[in-house]
Write a new protein. Structure first.
Ligand code: NDP
Length: 485
């Protein structure tokens, strides 16, 4: 690709696509080839200020619209996105390195669903009343004003829309910052918003690095609340900045999720395929991936051989090819981090059962960031390999002897985002599910998402909940009115 072919992305401020004021840009890489294919604004505090002011100006009119009218705007954006699904899926795959089939079946359809879901949800958002013999309390829920939404690179448009949709539906105006590593589909969404007739300033999208643009966004005095998804390290930095400013904050952060397989599980091909997918979907770069697989000792060897055989059969290849199960990881830095973790596992005494290597993919992908799906055994729960989030195609196997040990192992990390439990014993499923320190537990399934359910983590995985009414509550302020009867 020549410099002339490089896409130049723009911010979306006050309804127009605008270059960054200081005219500085960051390179955007295509993970499958390692080549720069776009440049995205490296915005600074002046761009954030322009966006925040535009959002402040737009707030009175936007918040005064009826829920139906705001829902109509979100529906129009969703419909246009749906019409352009293929174009967006191609862009998402190119920007992240994920298989095109995944972007087409998961990422973009889910972005459409997010917009449609919150368009519908806001029309059903009821407030509470509490009556006594001498008074009636009712709760009003008002939008907060201008809010900040910060999203990561692993599911770019999926998580970007998961935040902006409830924020806008509830009547807020938004300044959003997508990850600088994967800015393409958020940039394209700006044009969709223009085509859908979204009023200027209601949604502003400012690109740039976390340290400069993200920090300027959360510090801006007009920003009343911040909804963040990303690493626990960044979550700590954001929480520290926001605490003395008393801004509302929702933090969705890292995970080290357990997949707990009991001897009485239904060992069907389909279930095994789901456990493999839970570990390796999106190259293991989903916060919900089950990267620690705990298996009851009596079936450990049998499970291990079936699992490893299935993992070996996964094809790592060009994200554009329909046969590729895994594409590239997102960046050189992330490739180095994941390979570093595999080296660490070997140093710790782990036994690599399969994978653990860079893959050379022929053709346009030669020499880049592809890693064979890796399974490691022989390390106890306390090893760094089983404690630190790797966020790549790496899973470990650990044996356990009984329910108590399974629960203790599953809970033995600082994280608590998600878990899955595999058993035919319903009482055990409920008992274990209740004792796992985790915001989400799937029983005999994984990643079945009903958008009405509360979503989020405990311990170092998160503060607050997203999804359904929880998101609408986060993006509104409650006021109780008590009337004497
Ligand atoms: P990061 O924390 O590095 O970045 C997340 C976002 O925050 C990016 O847009 C980043 O900008 C921005 N950012 C970084 N520093 C600051 C700052 N000081 N102020 C404001 N914004 C900032 O996470 P990754 O992008 O690497 O995403 C992977 C992580 O996300 C994993 O830990 C994963 O578990 C977690 N995650 C959690 C989910 C959940 O629901 N709990 C879902 C998906 C992922 P930039 O990238 O431009 O520097």
């Amino acid at each position: 690709m020549t410099a002339a072919d490089t896409l130049v992305l723009a911010n979306f401020i006050d309804g127009v696509l605008a270059p960054p004021r200081a005219a500085r840009y960051l390179d955007v890489f295509e993970p499958a080839t390692g080549a720069v294919f776009a440049r995205c604004p490296d915005s600074d505090a002046a761009d954030i200020d322009a966006a925040a002011q535009a959002a402040q100006r737009a707030f009175p009119a936007w918040s005064a619209l009826s829920a139906d009218e705001r829902a109509g705007h979100l529906q129009r954006i969703a419909n246009l996105l749906h019409e352009r699904l293929e174009e967006f899926a191609l862009a998402e795959s190119r920007d992240t390195g994920k298989p095109l089939t995944l972007a087409r079946s998961l990422d973009i359809p889910r972005a459409v669903s997010n917009l449609r879901f919150f368009a519908a949800a806001i029309t059903q958002f009821a407030s509470e009343t509490h009556a006594t013999s001498d008074s009636l309390n009712y709760t009003l829920r008002a939008p907060l004003g201008v809010v900040g939404c910060i999203s990561p690179w692993n599911l770019p448009l999926y998580l970007f829309t998961w935040k902006i949709a409830p924020a806008l539906a509830a009547g807020n105006t938004v300044v959003a910052k997508p990850s600088e590593i994967t800015p393409l589909t958020a940039f394209m969404l700006a044009q969709v918003c223009i085509d859908a007739g979204l009023p200027p300033g209601v949604l502003n999208i400012v690109h740039g690095s976390g340290a400069a643009t993200g920090q300027a966004l959360i510090e801006h005095p007009a920003i009343k609340a911040v909804s963040f998804t990303g690493s626990t390290r960044t979550g700590v930095a954001i929480a520290s900045t926001l605490a003395p400013k008393f801004k509302k904050v929702s933090l969705e952060m890292g995970g080290k999720n357990a997949t707990v397989v009991f001897a009485d599980w239904d060992a069907s091909e389909a279930n095994l395929a789901t456990i493999v997918r839970a570990a390796f979907a999106n190259q293991g770069q989903i916060c919900l991936c089950g990267s620690r697989i705990l298996v009851e000792r009596s079936i450990y060897d049998r499970f291990k051989s079936a699992f490893v055989e299935k993992v070996r059969a996964l094809r790592v290849g060009d994200p554009n090819e329909a046969a590729s199960d895994l594409g590239a990881v997102v960046s050189q830095a992330h490739f180095d981090k994941v390979m570093g973790h595999i080296a660490l596992a070997r140093e710790e005494g782990g036994h690599v059962l399969c994978g653990g290597e860079q893959v050379r993919v022929d053709g346009r992908c030669a020499d880049d960031w592809f890693i064979t799906p890796t399974v490691i055994e022989g390390l106890g729960a306390a090893y760094r390999t089983n404690q630190e989030e790797i966020f790549g195609p790496v899973a470990t196997l650990i044996a356990f002897d009984n329910d108590e040990e399974a629960i203790a192992l599953a809970n033995a990390t600082r994280y608590g985002l998600a878990a899955s439990v595999w058993t035919s014993n319903l009482s055990r499923a409920h008992r274990v599910g209740a004792q796992l320190e985790s915001g989400i537990v799937w029983i005999n399934c994984w990643l079945r998402r009903d958008l009405r359910t509360p979503f989020g983590g405990v311990k170092d995985s998160g503060v607050g909940r997203e999804g359904g009414v929880e998101a609408l509550r986060f993006f509104t302020e409650a006021k109780n009115i008590c009337v004497a009867l």
